[in-house]
Ligand binder design. Structure first.
Ligand SMILES: NC(=O)c1ccc[n+]([C@@H]2O[C@H](COP(=O)([O-])OP(=O)(O)OC[C@H]3O[C@@H](n4cnc5c(N)ncnc54)[C@H](OP(=O)(O)O)[C@@H]3O)[C@@H](O)[C@H]2O)c1
Length: 267
């Protein structure tokens, strides 16, 4: 059956390859990016895969919370139902770390924006829906207060903290909504896949992006993943696995989710 799938950060890298793969399978894709020009180029690439492709484009800079809210509203205006949300947009190296909201841009894009987008789109996703969150093998302990302002730590340290925090709220949300809402799954797509992020962060070309896209397509569509809410899939190992031990601690997960809620209060 044809699904409607929103992929954040689908103007490049794993997200773009995932979008191409999904339209090739006949699904309807909602592309998202921060650049109108890159979005239009991505749309043309999808139409080259299939001239019948159903593609919409949404512009929003996820480092700005007002634009996260506007993105959710724009999707809600055009859709009453969404089958899958893939929270793929992410950053590692950024030219500026402080956001207009006074937060750290890396935590905002990688952890807080996907949380808020998911919360605002939950009514469209329903019990048969799915939320796929792009985690990473890089996961480092984080305390709740670390997300509330700019960090002085280096890009690699903040990236690993942001990805553990994303994995932690994924497990918390899955446990909170139970069977009433979508399956929520955190996925490490595979390490050192050849995107611009990997080139900037590690100075290496990296592996085949299709490996990451294929696991996201499986996470979005397969029966196996529909029963995996709250789990973490490690595509380096090719199986469901334990994330960092902190994400197995439901009290710590709840603290991270509460800290994000506090940041978002009254916005
Ligand atoms: N590649 C890997 O080996 C690897 C491993 C583990 C996890 N991941 C995760 O996989 C996801 C995709 O990464 P990738 O490797 O494919 O990197 P990428 O090629 O740099 O793609 C990142 C995407 O996110 C978008 N994005 C970045 N900042 C944004 C912002 N402020 N607002 C809106 N969109 C923004 C980018 O838009 P632009 O096109 O405008 O830059 C791009 O579309 C990330 O969450 C990453 O952490 C990747």
């Amino acid at each position: 059956m044809k699904k409607t799938i929103l992929i954040t950060g689908s103007t490049d890298g794993i997200g773009l390859v995932t979008a191409k793969t999904l339209v090739g399978l006949g699904h309807s894709v909602l592309l998202h990016g921060r650049s109108s020009a890159k979005l239009e180029a991505a749309k043309q690439q999808l139409l080259a895969v299939s001239s019948e492709a159903q593609v919409e484009t949404y512009v929003a800079d996820l480092s700005r919370l007002d634009q996260v809210k506007a993105l959710a509203l724009a999707v809600r205006e055009r859709h009453q139902q969404l089958d899958v949300l893939i929270n793929n947009a992410g950053v590692y190296v950024v030219p500026e770390t402080v956001s207009p909201d006074g937060l750290d841009i890396r935590f905002t894009v990688n952890t807080i924006a996907p949380y808020w987008l998911t919360q605002q789109l939950l009514p469209l996703l329903g019990a048969s829906g799915r939320v796929v969150n792009l985690s990473s093998a890089a996961q480092a302990p984080i305390t709740a207060d670390e997300m509330t302002g700019p960090s002085n730590l280096d890009d690699g340290a903040v990236y690993a903290k942001s990805k553990l925090a994303l994995t932690m709220w994924s497990r918390h949300l899955a446990a909170s909504i139970g069977r009433e809402g979508p399956a929520v799954i955190a996925v490490n797509p595979g390490s050192f896949l050849g995107s611009k992020m990997v080139k900037q962060a590690y100075g290496r070309v990296g592996g085949d992006l299709q490996k990451g896209a294929d696991i996201l397509v499986k996470a979005a569509l397969s029966e196996e993943f529909s029963r995996a809410s709250g789990q973490y899939f490690d595509n380096d190992a090719g199986r469901f696995a334990n994330p960092h031990p902190d994400a197995l601690d439901s009290a710590k997960n709840a603290e991270i989710a509460a800290a994000i809620e506090a940041i978002l209060a009254n916005r």
